[in-house]
Design a protein around this ligand. Sequence first.
Ligand code: GTP
Length: 287
Amino acid sequence: MTINWFPGHMAKARREIENNLKKVDVVIEITDARIPYSSKNPMMDKIVKSKPRIVVLNKMDLADPKETNRWVAKLKTRGVYPIPLNSRETNILKKIEPIVREATQEIFDRMIARGIKPRPIRAMIVGIPNVGKSTFINSMVRRKSAKTGNTPGVTKTQQWIKAGNIIELLDTPGVLWPKFEDQTVGLKLSLTGAIKDTVVPLDEVAIYGMNYLIKEDKNTFDAFYKISNYDESDVLSIYDAIGMSRGMKLPGNEIDYEAVTNRIIHDIRNGTIGRYTFDKVEILDEN
Ligand SMILES: Nc1nc2c(ncn2[C@@H]2O[C@H](COP(=O)(O)OP(=O)(O)OP(=O)(O)O)[C@@H](O)[C@H]2O)c(=O)[nH]1
């Protein structure tokens, strides 16, 4: 989904979420496990305020498992309920149900104490674009594609959809804007596919990712591209090595640098090279 986030859009998105918040018991915030800090909306804490919040570290299959564990531990100290997930799996309901129960225990204890028969727990999904909100909803309700209300003339009525026996979800997720304030955050959002390619220069994205991987895990990077003997402080030297190794040449035998850029981004974004986390937990204390 492409949205240009102008102040008017931001205000509208925020208002919609604030209205929906009144109807739910718990908020399920979807983030990207590779960038749990950069894929959060900057105002989420203010917007959600006092509702219990589950933070899904989605796309865990693409993130470094050690770093994901560190994020879970850290987020637990911040008053939210973190859970790593791969929303493409079919059994996520089983993983979500216990944490939804835990997050809403007080509300339901109160209902029971007042003699009210417990009703389904109502939840809304929020997150920035492309973190996997629709995939999560579809997987929770076990259907193939998310319903959309974009057909002209079709009245958009908001619906509750049942996810298993104890949860009801608002069928449309709240889409919020990503963080824009920091250039590195922009590079990470682009590297993981959360923002559209044209927003950030692609070669900068590729160079950022490449340097990060070489710093973190040079052996894997070299083995993946079958390269050696390059100067790691010189971007062109690395590009030349990859281009040569992969036979990415233009007519006239020059290296096709654009193809190398696209290749690197593709390989990192899809996890073909390996599982990496670009936000380390320490970033929370620095900001
Ligand atoms: N590897 C992996 N891919 C995922 C996971 N969840 C979602 N995806 C993929 O991520 C992409 C974006 O997923 P969507 O569900 O469309 O994301 P969204 O947040 O609804 O996106 P918007 O509609 O743009 O707000 C799709 O290609 C999904 O298949 C996951 O847990 N692991």
